[in-house]
Design a protein around this ligand. Structure first.
Ligand code: PLP
Length: 397
């Protein structure tokens, strides 16, 4: 018999499957081009040519036993980790070495490794609503519980006052995510400094370590030159999780890394524990060929102009049609206020106009819906009249 603990996931999954099936049904009935599917955060820009070229060069030039082999260290190839560390030092004025980096199977495994490394069963992790729904599952994987800090639904910056009140001696970590999924908001330097100050005071008060786990798969997707502060520069007990899933459009290749700064509490044990966590969680090491590709493509830039153009067109189209939304500065999501109280009901109404969006309830923030604009620009342009018709229906016009 299937484990009882998995049954809530199985039941939850049927809602996701139903959404996929509905998308496929609508596409079959009305034609793919007449369905406006904003439900998935799957990059719509192909990986840069440099990625495929790097794969070919590696296969032609490097030792196959090295390229396809187990890594000597569960943290990944030392030369790759050195390239990552030097890249970060150049960008952020840090002083990392290979010894601060653990290569991971995307951000998802990085988060699991970070939680296993830092958080004991029974301890608590805080996350600012709205947040990526998997955080709760990752915390549960390690016997920890995730508590949602209520959203500031005006700015969608982290609600620091609410967080401060929720911290106790059981709080071991706070997960932040900027640029944010689902809001597109970027946390300012001022916000990070205030967050750091509160956590330092709370560490002092409780005599504990409270880590920031900074989940950064969207770091490169920031628009209009907005600065995305590097959190280790503001708070020693920070672990950064990065991934090339979105920045180089490689989500299926499963590649990312964690950064453990030497200044963090109990660094020597933590970095060893992370190395072991990579092994005992069954990842063993990040995919070896793609580690080497990422190193060769370390200076490659994502073509963010495509997403930026989508962002402006969808935002302006929605605001013109009467929708309310915080202007997103990064990632590829809009978090739009549901024009009716019930966001799930709104998603059902949207579906009748061939629009697929995700309820805010799925991100611990009801009353809003998420729209992933990593779709073709044409889809966005053609969706605007459908959004207008939906608003007219709601207003009873
Ligand atoms: N964190 C956030 C906020 C995400 O949106 C995602 C994927 O959508 C992930 C983590 C997982 O990323 P990866 O594909 O690198 O595991």
């Amino acid at each position: 018999m299937t484990a009882k603990s998995m049954m809530p996931y199985v039941e939850g999954n049927s809602a996701i499957r139903a959404m996929f099936e509905e998308g496929a049904r609508l596409a079959a009935e009305y034609g793919k081009e007449n369905v406006y599917d904003f439900s998935l955060g799957n990059p719509s820009v192909p990986a840069p040519d440099a990625v495929n070229e790097a794969i070919r060069e590696i296969l032609d030039e490097e030792d196959p036993l090295l390229v396809h082999g187990y890594n000597q260290s569960n943290s990944g190839y030392e030369d790759v980790r050195t390239i990552v560390a030097e890249h970060l030092n150049k960008l952020h004025g840090t002083s990392f070495t290979a010894g601060n980096i653990v290569m991971t199977v995307g951000a998802a495994s990085g988060l699991n490794v970070a939680i296993k490394t830092l958080v004991d069963p029974g301890e608590e992790i805080l996350a600012f609503a709205p947040y990526f729904v998997e955080y709760g599952n990752y915390a549960a994987n390690h016997g920890a519980s995730l508590r949602a800090v209520p959203a500031d639904t005006v700015t969608f910056q982290p609600n620091l006052e609410a967080m401060e009140e929720m911290i106790s001696e059981k709080t071991r970590a706070v997960i932040i995510n900027s640029p944010n999924n689902p809001t597109g908001v970027v946390y300012s330097k001022d916000t990070i400094q205030k967050l750091a100050k509160i956590l330092e005071e709370k560490q002092e008060e409780f005599g504990t370590d409270i880590y920031i786990i900074s989940d950064e798969p969207y770091r490169e997707l920031a628009y209009d030159g907005v600065e995305v502060p590097y959190v280790t520069n503001f708070y020693d007990n920070t672990v950064v999780g990065y991934s090339w899933s979105k920045s180089l459009s490689l989500p299926g290749e499963r590649i990312g890394y964690l950064v453990f700064p030497s200044e963090m509490a109990d660094f020597e044990n933590a970095i060893q524990a992370a190395n072991i966590a990579n092994r005992v969680l069954g990842y063993v090491n990040a995919p070896s060929l793609i580690q080497r590709v990422a190193a060769r493509c370390i200076d490659c830039k994502a073509d963010v102009d495509v997403y930026d153009n989508n962002r402006k067109t969808l935002y302006n189209g929605l605001v013109d049609a009467g929708y309310e939304c915080a202007y997103p500065e990064g990632a590829f999501y809009l978090f739009v206020k549901s024009p009716i109280d019930d966001d799930v009901e709104f998603c059902a109404m949207a579906k009748k106009h061939n629009i697929l969006v995700v309820p805010g309830k799925s991100f611990a923030c009801p009353g809003f819906v998420r729209m992933a604009y990593c779709v073709s620009h044409d889809t966005i342009v053609r969706s605007i009249p459908a959004f207008k018709a939906l608003m007219d229906e709601i207003k009873g016009e």
